[in-house]
Write a protein that binds this ligand. Structure first.
Ligand SMILES: [Zn+2]
Length: 264
């Protein structure tokens, strides 16, 4: 047994246990932070839609009032033509004015038709606005609920995480730079955050592949750092973990369940 290797393995295992505890606490938050972010995106999108539709309705109303003004202008024009018709000099003039009056009348009809079209557009837009606003309201309610849930869990966890982070800093500082790099590289590459795995019934506790007996002996010898041939996780034996064979099985079951959850 190499004393330095023995210490390195113990330090690595210690840090792994601390990180696993932190992983578990953070896993309690689960999908919540992502759900909150998704909802916030949805809400931003719906808010944009609501303001766009509102703006479109405003434009249509503006068009309607333009048409109303145009109709009033034509009505005044018609009144003027009627006065002129009362003081008519000859039939040619009479025909010309009547023609103008007729045109103004047609303009009014066309403006009224456009107004009805705008009105129908507004009705459609208002229905759309109502639906969008309802969707927005319900998303806002969901968000409020999810945020409250998240805050509560975070509050519960924060204190414990803070305590563990102090422990973690101490454990992290104990590792030499090379081990530190290796540990974090492996942890970043694996799904369940297990960089240092214990041996469980002659298998890797990280990926559950069988460990060849030669390699098993090397792990037990604490003569060098041995990794799993299959997954690259650093392997430690019971002398390092202090986990007795009976407990091992229970740990394995939990880890397997967690693997299933994280690989979903
Ligand atoms: Zn493995």
């Amino acid at each position: 047994m190499d004393v330095t290797i023995d210490k390195k393995l113990k330090d690595l295992w210690k840090l792994q246990q601390i990180d696993s505890r932190l992983d578990n606490l953070r896993a309690v938050l689960g999908e919540l932070p992502m759900e909150v972010a998704d909802l916030e995106d949805d809400i931003a999108g719906l808010q944009t839609r609501v303001s766009n539709i509102t703006e479109e309705i405003g434009e249509l109303n503006h068009e309607i009032s333009n048409k109303k003004n145009a109709i009033k202008d034509f009505q005044r024009l018609i009144e003027k033509y009627d006065e002129q018709l009362n003081n008519i000099k000859n039939s040619r003039e009479y025909d010309a004015i009547n023609k103008e009056k007729e045109i103004a009348g047609l303009e009014i009809l066309s403006a009224e038709k456009r107004m009805r079209e705008f009105g129908r557009h507004i009705e459609m837009k208002e229905e759309l606005l109502g639906n969008t606003q309802n969707a927005l309201d319900s998303r806002n309610q969901d968000l409020e609920f999810k945020k409250a849930e998240l805050t509560e869990i975070e509050k519960e966890n924060a204190e414990e995480i803070e305590k563990i982070m102090v422990e973690r800093a101490a454990a992290d500082a104990k590792l030499d730079p090379r081990m530190h790099r290796a540990y974090h590289r492996i942890r970043g590459n694996v799904r369940n955050g297990i960089a240092v795995a214990s041996i469980m019934r002659s298998s890797c506790g990280g990926c559950f592949s069988k460990i060849p007996s030669q390699r098993h002996s090397e792990i037990r010898a604490h003569y060098r750092i041995v990794d799993c041939e299959n997954c690259g996780r650093i392997l430690v034996d019971q002398a390092i973990t202090g986990i007795a064979a009976m407990v091992e099985e229970k740990v394995e079951k939990t880890t397997r369940r967690k693997m299933r959850l994280t690989t979903k």
